[in-house]
Write a protein of this length. Structure first.
Length: 256
């Protein structure tokens, strides 16, 4: 399952977030040479804040295998603040409610190519599931131009360019795009990627910090087949109400 780490459940993922930021430094600074901020804790920017959510695929040893950051852009974001020129004036503004950006998407070397297909497919489905969960209606990103064709052919996502390519850092070309995030897109992406059930796991914020979220996700996955997901979700709602926290998102649920 793909873990969704938010400000509400980060207390369960201290080590995992540390690993994520170190992996980001390795990918974007060491490998790609981007001029980003690096600290002893890894790579961070101004958008690793309380509004950010991280979708993370883990390896069997529980190290970070692939991840991305999703964040609302209503109050600003990496794309509207620094790459707004990539978006055509004919497109809807980015600084509006319901619009989110997907940035800092990476896979560790061992998860690139065929070896990481399952993890990447799960993340792509989880992107749409998360957007539906939070009520978002638009998800944007940007990518090096040579990768756009690959995304459109193999990601399973509905990708639509929203501007013309533009050069950045050393002459490389990048392009902005929009990902389809409707319920119909979710059904289609699951079919394309041969994934039947929900991929996204959101650990409830009322879980104590001593709880292992990986064990919890495994237990939920074992219980929540597509046929039983609704019942499991309702049980979790009841537990949340008894503990006095009704704000938690469902860790499992039926297909939207």
């Amino acid at each position: 399952m793909i873990h969704c780490i938010t400000v509400a459940n980060r207390h369960l993922y201290a080590a995992e977030l540390g690993d994520l930021h170190q992996r980001r430094a390795e990918c974007f600074i060491d490998e790609r040479g981007w001029p980003l901020t690096r600290t002893a804790e890894g790579e961070f920017d101004a958008y690793d804040d309380a509004a950010a959510a991280y979708l993370v695929a883990f390896s069997p040893d529980r190290s970070v295998a692939a991840a991305c950051r999703i964040r609302p852009t209503e109050g600003g974001g990496l794309i509207p603040d620094h790459f707004g020129h990539l978006v055509s004036d004919a497109e809807r503004p980015l600084r509006v409610a319901g619009t989110y950006e997907c940035t800092r998407y990476f896979c560790v070397p061992d998860m690139r190519g065929a070896a990481g297909l399952a993890a990447r497919s799960a993340i792509h489905i989880a992107l749409i599931e998360h957007m539906i969960d939070v009520g978002g209606d638009r998800l944007v990103g940007f990518v090096d131009l040579p990768l756009l064709t690959h995304l459109r052919r193999f990601s399973g996502l509905r990708i639509r360019p929203i501007g013309l390519p533009s050069a950045y850092d050393g002459g490389a070309m990048t392009i902005a795009f929009e990902i389809g995030v409707t319920a119909a897109d979710l059904v289609e992406t699951r079919q394309k990627l041969s994934q039947r059930g929900r991929q996204l796991f959101v650990a409830p914020p009322w879980i104590e910090g001593s709880t292992d979220p990986h064990d919890l996700a495994s237990a939920v996955a074992g219980l929540a087949s597509p046929e039983t997901a609704g019942a499991v979700g309702e049980a979790i709602r009841m537990i949340a109400q008894r503990t006095g926290d009704r704000r938690m998102p469902l860790p499992v649920g039926t297909a939207a």
